[in-house]
Design a protein around this ligand. Structure first.
Ligand code: GRF
Length: 192
């Protein structure tokens, strides 16, 4: 188990993936958000995890915000960044600061329905019968980095975005920890 890898989670939403990592005993040492009142930030505070608040309005540009976020994560000695529902694109400077060490979880089978936060709605609108989730490494191109794991999920005729997302999230909660393990096995230097 990779509990000893120091994880930094980036999130803007409810935080069910963060909760899952915490409950499974992962060492989440930092949680950075652009939405300080989001569910993930509340959850982090409840668990005594350091929360970094990086609302865009506090910074002149995206690059400035990401530089501050990078420095804060480094100061917490984060070894692996986990993008779990973070709704902003990361600057190239941020991505290159953690080469091969940023994971993203996306609620579709990439490359289908990449590039935005409405992948579940798009899958329903297209009438696909199977969708799912993907964990991939983050590169400068949004939702296009090397894929580590995917899980397929059936779309049921009566699905709403909420019911389909809930089914996808059950798989997210399984494959995100698996991907962390996989990456840690491939890069022993993550365990410092
Ligand atoms: C997940 O569905 C993830 O795939 C997407 O954002 C959602 C975050 O969910 N990128 P949660 O906040 O972890 O519950």
């Amino acid at each position: 188990m990779t509990a000893e890898v120091r994880l930094g989670v980036l999130a803007s939403g409810r935080g069910s993936n963060l909760r899952n990592l915490v409950e499974r005993g992962y060492e989440v040492v930092a949680m950075a958000t652009n939405r300080p009142s989001c569910g993930a930030a509340r959850l982090a505070r409840e668990h005594g995890i350091a929360v970094g608040e990086f609302s865009q309005r506090r910074f002149g540009s995206l690059a400035e915000r990401d530089t501050a976020m990078r420095d804060w994560l480094r100061s917490r000695r984060v070894e692996l960044v986990v993008n779990a529902g973070y709704d902003r694109i990361l600057s190239p400077e941020f991505v290159s600061a953690f080469p091969g060490r940023i994971l993203n979880i996306h609620p579709s089978l990439l490359p289908a329905f990449g590039g935005a936060m409405d992948a579940v709605q798009k899958a329903l609108a297209h009438g696909v019968k199977i969708t799912g989730c993907t964990v991939h490494l983050v590169t400068d191109e949004v939702d296009a980095g090397p894929i580590l794991l995917q899980a397929a999920v059936p779309v049921e005729p009566q699905d709403s975005p909420e019911t389909l997302h809930a089914r996808i999230q059950r798989e997210e909660h399984r494959i995100l920890p698996e991907a962390i393990e996989l990456l840690a096995q491939k890069s022993p230097s993550l365990r410092q």
